[in-house]
Design a binder for this molecule. Structure first.
Ligand code: ADP
Ligand code: MG
Length: 686
């Protein structure tokens, strides 16, 4: 049996004990928990620290890597620098060794420079002396050259004067030649920038050698290969302007007032500068000529001649001068009055022998002129009615011959002569006159543009000379702008224009025939074969002074025409008509009809007291209309043949081909068209 023990007393104690122990344990647990929490916290803190240190360790590692790399670079750089320093050191060593010898070199160089400079100084002094000597010599040579130039110019002038005298004594025709500059239209259809280029149609083939010679370089297969030289009284280069040209023409104006008939004509193909030479560039502008003003540089011979004429008239105050003018054209062998306006176009005009023996066209309008601008006004007025047409060569090709005639009636009050040597004391005329010395009665005064043109009718006040008047001399200045001398193909015209060209060619051939007859001193001069030669009869032949201005274009494409023109000029130079005679008061009746093919003629009206030689123009030669034959073969080839009767004549030196084509390149002269007849070559210069 179990022993029963009182535990009541023990158990509470035990429980109390246990409670106390439990409480202690709880307290311990709480303490431990707190400690644990504290430790957790610490752990967390430590973990954070560990992580931070870890990151730092990584960073440090990276930095270490970078450091390592930079260390490597630095060591490389250091090596490089080391090498460089080594090099520099080497250089320095070399420099040092070279610098060591430098002062000596510099010193010796300096010595040499000093020596050289002394030498050069010496040389300069001697050179200066030489230079001075040379300068003196140059000065002397220049002076000599100037002197020689002056002497040469004087000799040249003298030679020209003597030549002119010789020309005068022989009765030669003065032939001048003018070469115009190349112009854009010379390049034809080609680009004008190629103007003048070798091998193109605009290549310059006419070269002016000096003021008397020119040479033509021909390079077509059928032409001569060596240059052909031509000599004229005066050759104008393309750069010589209108003033220079007129200076050469001027003496003829003095001759005019000294009692000679004068004719200046421009010959040449279309576009060669005839109108430019005779009238100038601005002939359509009437304001360009004013006798009180300076002439415009482009003015041609006509306005300048008019100004010079009135200048001379003004100088000769002791004589009375009446200047009348007419402007006519010869179109299709008909004379047309260009001062009559359109209404007078159909009027027929004939050339007759005047009572003073000169040739005139009495039905032409004559206008009294008192100054150069009136002359120019009338020429401009006339030009408005002149026949012009566009051709292949240029747009204003003149299809007619323009003839401006200035008739000067000079009345000398004492000696019967009109020479400039007349004394000024003779200036006591009862006639009214202008300050210019021209007779200027009020009824004759008129102003352009109210161009009320009267036909010629002698004024009572004009036809009555002063009581003490002892000599009347009538001289004539004819200024002629001929129509283009080119052949049909060159002008590229057809139809009516072709007919015009044919008439032009015929009249120019007639002109050549007259010159040939004069050259050959034939008894019969065929002036009447064309209106042109008939109208110019007393200024081409007889006692007149004739100047032919041959105008040529320098371009290769016109070479045929240019050679033809130069040939015409050369042959005209050979003519010897005997010394020209002054027209005196008696030459009113003496006339020039000894050599011309005149038959007795009468003037239509007895117009003055000098009608003792009534003559009538019975044998007026009418040119048959030109026949234009276009043969079938020629038609096929577009060739036109103009038959013009050919007289037996010496062959020309210049080869002239026989056919005309319409090609743009310069065509040969038509077979029918006669080149001017070769004249008797008396003084031909090779
Ligand atoms: P043509 O009358 O012979 O048919 P133009 O006198 O009408 O020829 O000249 C043709 C062109 O050439 C014009 O435009 C003219 O101005 C020009 N001309 C002619 N000669 C010269 C020159 N010497 N200087 C400058 N231009 C010129
Ligand atoms: Mg012209």
């Amino acid at each position: 049996m179990p022993l029963k023990m009182d535990l009541s007393h023990f158990v509470p104690e035990k429980i109390k004990e246990c409670d106390r122990k439990l409480r202690e344990k709880d307290e311990q647990l709480t303490l431990l928990k707190t400690e644990n929490a504290m430790l957790h916290l610490k752990l967390a803190q430590l973990q954070g620290l560990v992580q931070a240190s870890y990151r730092e360790a990584n960073l440090a590692k990276e930095l270490l890597e970078i450091d390592k790399h930079s260390c490597k670079i630095n060591s490389e750089l250091a090596l490089h620098l080391k090498n460089q320093i080594k090099d520099v050191k080497n250089d320095l060593l070399t420099l040092r060794s070279s610098v060591k010898g430098l002062p000596e070199v510099v010193h010796s160089d300096f010595q040499w420079a000093v020596q050289r400079s002394a030498e050069l100084n010496q040389q300069m002094v001697s050179d200066n002396l030489d230079l001075q000597e040379l300068r003196d010599k140059l000065f002397e040579t220049e002076e000599e050259l100037d002197e020689m130039k002056e002497r040469h110019a004087k000799e040249k002038r003298r030679r020209r004067e003597l030549h002119n005298t010789l020309v005068e004594l022989r009765g030669n025709i003065r032939v001048h030649c003018r070469t115009r500059p190349l112009l854009n239209f010379d390049s034809g259809k080609l680009d004008p920038s190629n103007l003048g280029q070798a091998g193109t149609p605009s290549e310059e083939v006419i070269m002016v050698i000096d003021d008397e010679n020119l040479s033509v370089k021909a390079n077509k297969a059928w032409q001569q290969t060596t240059p052909k030289n031509f000599e004229f009284e005066r050759v104008y280069s393309p750069v010589e302007d209108q003033k220079v040209v007129f200076e050469e023409v001027q003496p003829l104006l003095t001759s005019l007032l000294d009692g000679y008939n004068v004719c200046i004509m421009a010959y040449g193909q279309t576009g060669s500068g005839k109108t430019y030479t005779m009238l100038g560039d601005s002939y359509t502008d009437p304001t360009t000529c004013n006798d009180n003003l300076q002439s415009s540089p482009s003015e041609g011979v006509i306005p300048r001649a008019a100004r010079e004429l009135f200048r001379l008239v003004n100088e000769r105050t002791h004589d009375f001068h009446r200047v009348e003018m007419s402007v006519a054209e010869i179109y299709n062998n008909e004379i047309r009055d260009l001062l009559h306006g359109n209404s007078g176009r159909s009027l027929k005009h004939t050339v007759t022998m005047a009572d003073d023996g000169s040739c005139e066209v009495p039905s032409l309008t004559q206008r009294m002129v008192q100054n150069a601008s009136e002359v120019v006004d009338l020429v401009h007025y006339g030009m408005l009615h002149r026949h012009e047409d566009a051709t292949l060569v240029h747009a204003h090709s003149s299809r007619s011959h323009l003839i401006v005639t200035l008739t000067i009636t000079s009345i000398s009050t004492s000696s019967g002569s009109t020479s400039s040597s007349s004394k000024s004391s003779r200036c006591h005329s009862p006639l009214p006159r202008s300050t210019a010395g021209t007779m200027t009665p009020p009824p004759y005064r008129r102003r352009i543009p109210s161009l009320k043109i009267r036909s010629r009718s002698p004024s009572p006040s004009r036809s009555t000379p002063p009581p003490d008047m002892t000599g009347i001399v009538k001289t004539k200045l004819q200024l002629v702008d001929l129509a283009g001398s080119e052949c049909v193909g060159m002008s590229g015209v057809t139809g009516a224009a072709l007919r015009e060209t044919s008439f032009i060619n015929r009249s120019l051939s007639a002109l050549a025939d007259v010159l040939a007859a004069l050259a050959e001193e034939r008894s019969h001069i065929p002036y009447r074969n064309s209106k042109l030669t008939h109208m110019l009869q007393d200024t081409i032949g007889g006692d007149a002074k004739l100047l032919v201005m041959c105008c040529v274009s320098p371009a290769q494409r016109y070479i045929t025409e240019s050679l033809q023109c130069l040939g015409f000029g050369s042959r005209a130079r050979q003519i010897q008509r005997g010394p020209p005679k002054k027209r005196t008061s008696t030459s009113f009746v003496a006339g020039i009809n000894s050599s011309c093919d005149s038959s007795p003629t009468t003037t239509p009206r007895g117009r003055s007291r000098f009608s003792s030689f009534p003559v009538v123009d019975k044998t007026e030669h009418k040119l048959p209309p030109p026949k234009i034959i276009v043969s079938s073969i020629a038609q096929a080839n577009q060739e036109i043949v103009l038959p013009i009767p050919v007289k037996a004549s010496k062959p020309s030196n210049i080869p002239i081909p026989k056919r005309v084509t319409k090609s743009d390149d310069y065509p040969p002269i038509p077979s029918g068209r006669r080149s001017p007849r070769p004249l008797k070559n008396k003084n031909a210069k090779k």
